[in-house]
Design a protein around this ligand. Sequence first.
Ligand SMILES: Cc1cc2nc3c(=O)[nH]c(=O)nc-3n(C[C@H](O)[C@H](O)[C@H](O)COP(=O)(O)OP(=O)(O)OC[C@H]3O[C@@H](n4cnc5c(N)ncnc54)[C@H](O)[C@@H]3O)c2cc1C
Length: 426
Amino acid sequence: MIRTNRIFPNNQAQDQKIAGIFENINKDFLNLLKNDLLKPKPLLVCSGGTSSRCAAEGHWTLDLRGNYQKVEFNKATQEITIEAGVNMQQLLEKALTFNRSFPIGLSGKTGIGYILTGGISPLSRKYGLAIDNILELSGVWGNGEHFRLLKPNNDTNTQDKLKWKGLCGAAPFLAIVTSIRLKTYKLKPIYAWETSLSPSQLAEIILMAENWSNSASLYWVWGNKIKVYGVYELDNLEDFDNYKRLINEIPKSNDFISYKVDNISEIGNLLSSNIINKPFDTQHSEVVGLLGPKLNNRIDLMIRHIEKAIKVRPSEYSYISCQQLGGATIKKGIDLSSFIHRDSIWKPWITGSWNSADIQGRESSIKWIEESWEGLKSFFPGIHLAQLHPHLNWHSKEIKTAFKMWLPELKELKSNYDPKGILPPL
Ligand SMILES: Cc1cc2nc3c(=O)[nH]c(=O)nc-3n(C[C@H](O)[C@H](O)[C@H](O)COP(=O)(O)OP(=O)(O)OC[C@H]3O[C@@H](n4cnc5c(N)ncnc54)[C@H](O)[C@@H]3O)c2cc1C
């Protein structure tokens, strides 16, 4: 069935005059894919609808939120299977019912786009990226053929390994994933803290965080001020002393608070005090996510670059944030995913924002993102493709930087499994 009315959480997606919406992957829909009848291409896919690229002017969207809502927990294996319309909050709530957890990101509103594009969680330093926790994937390739793949082992043939690698981190270019089976983890106590810091204090805490245990992770956002957040998952009761020691050592200001959260989804509420979650219906934005290794003695220089970028940001809703990886994200799944920048321990992202009616403001913001990216490139040479930008002139640069040496093989996969370019271009 085709619908034209819809509500996407992303303002920019919501404001597009789209061709229409498909809600089912049925025989008719598959026929359109197989016979290349869908015009214009690419088809856009919406799971959580939080990115600007789940709907675009004049294009069709396959919206999976209505009809792909199944979520099942297997008590024997402690694994969870979700369909593609289930968001991260729903996934976590199901796991919590069984005293289990999953490394979701900073927002429970994101859909499986979060998992498929990598999935960096405040718990990733312990449990890996979301893609590292996938056990099974099902869906439909861009060529209309169904697939079901299990996480490769030593007996898996090379082609299936390549397909898996492509889907874990680059699925939006190859396939429509309809169902994912995932590992879960024992629910453990989590503490969080937040404080405002000066640029030199931020430099100080970044240096400390580069040597923290995998139980701790740092997140900061630099907009009107610098707000810093920390998350610490306790392994056992004795670990609380380690948390207290960390808290004593870090720089802080008068607004410092520390508290226990019931689960990782409450971390998203940490953001409520800054601009990210405020419902600016008229505000559009684009985001570019960078990746980089330990900064060591280059932290001060990096901070000066960000300070310079923030001074010239085009709007007060434009900002630069950063979350921490490392630990398990470095060791796990190197050959099994398209997330190739495994040496990364920082993911800064640059958000350029403008009023939806302000065409000049859009141009300035896009230019600011590009210039800020250029300024930070030597510190953070990789790209995390959590958002796609085929509509912007940096798309090709972004793709090359995200996939590097893996790109030729990824393109070959695309020519086999999405030969007509039904899905976004690589
Ligand atoms: C408030 C907020 C907080 C965030 N925090 C984090 C974080 O902590 N860590 C992190 O890693 N990222 C984070 N992100 C980024 C987010 O995970 C990505 O933008 C992700 O792609 C969003 O997925 P979605 O399903 O919600 O979005 P959608 O807009 O529905 O989809 C995003 C992209 O994925 C593709 N896609 C969606 N569903 C499918 C499918 N079923 N099969 C194939 N392709 C599909 C689409 O083509 C689209 O281009 C955050 C985003 C927001 C808005």
